[in-house]
Ligand binder design. Structure first.
Ligand SMILES: [Zn+2]
Ligand SMILES: [Zn+2]
Length: 271
């Protein structure tokens, strides 16, 4: 069984793909389960992209697709939350409000997309500091984010920042940042939270998924057991992208199972 637990469609500000096309692609690629995880990044500082999410419209679309494709694939309702250290209360109440209105999520990813109100995707982020300082700051903020808000199920693309480093090899070196990385992994494990293996790293031209094999192996060594698989696809052709490679990475790191969520509860599926 294969399940893609990180997918965007036109409900996300940075995708134009209709959700139905993503579902059809999942079916044609042999997935048995997929979970949409549309973006919600409150207080996003770039006005050219809206990272707000119309939850009621999104929820009714998912319910419609779920019925329509019931015989072919299971579809679940999730979101990817862009965390910043000052957003803890806002995110908790956003989740609660929607749950009270009948739009309860199956699965939530927490992600660091912003560091000091800058997105590493844009060159501005890199001009004011060295590459190493930038990566250290990203990891510090990730730790702060998890302390400020733990209402998610897995942390998204933990070494996401390496997708955008301007110079040298775009590869996360666990050994260079072991202490900070371990602090993040230990806190996640202590809180009962998972991570994901995000094959968007391959799509971005990296030789590794996000996070890289060394970080995934370390999470397992420290006792972590919860790991979802996600393509981070924003267009249909990347649904389930390189999942066979991702499964090989998971096995080589000591995993025998990957994780899916329903109504925020983990279920473990043999690899
Ligand atoms: Zn993300
Ligand atoms: Zn994403």
């Amino acid at each position: 069984m294969t399940a893609d637990y990180h997918l965007h469609s036109s409900f996300s500000g940075d995708s134009e793909a209709p959700s139905e096309g993503m579902v059809r692609s999942g079916i044609s690629r042999g997935l048995s389960l997929l979970c949409f995880t549309e973006h919600y990044d409150p207080d996003y500082p770039y006005p050219e992209i809206s990272m707000e999410l119309n939850v009621p419209a999104y929820f009714s679309e998912i319910r419609k697709l779920e019925k329509q494709y019931r015989e072919q694939i299971e579809i679940r309702f999730g979101a990817e939350l862009g965390i910043q250290p000052h957003l803890g209360d806002l995110l908790h109440s956003w989740i609660r409000q929607h749950s009270e209105k009948g739009c309860a999520f199956d699965f939530l990813i927490g992600s660091t997309h912003l560091v000091d109100r800058l997105d590493p995707y844009y060159p501005d982020f890199w001009t004011s500091r060295s590459q190493e300082e930038a990566i250290r700051r990203f990891l510090d903020i990730t730790l702060e984010n998890i302390r400020a808000f733990d209402g998610f199920d897995v942390y998204g693309h933990l070494d996401y920042i390496v997708r955008y480093v301007p110079e040298g090899e775009r590869r996360f070196s666990y050994s260079s940042y072991a202490e900070q990385t371990d602090a993040i992994l230990r806190l996640l494990i202590q809180k009962g939270k998972g991570i994901e293996i995000n094959t968007g790293g391959f799509k971005a031209g990296l030789s590794q998924p996000n996070p890289c094999r060394d970080v995934i192996r370390r999470y397992r060594e420290l006792g972590g057991e919860i790991i979802t698989m996600g393509s981070d696809a924003h267009t249909p052709e990347y649904v389930g992208y390189r999942f066979e490679d991702a499964k090989e990475v998971l096995r080589s790191c000591g995993f025998r199972y990957f994780t899916v969520f329903r109504e925020r509860k983990p279920e473990f599926i043999p690899l």
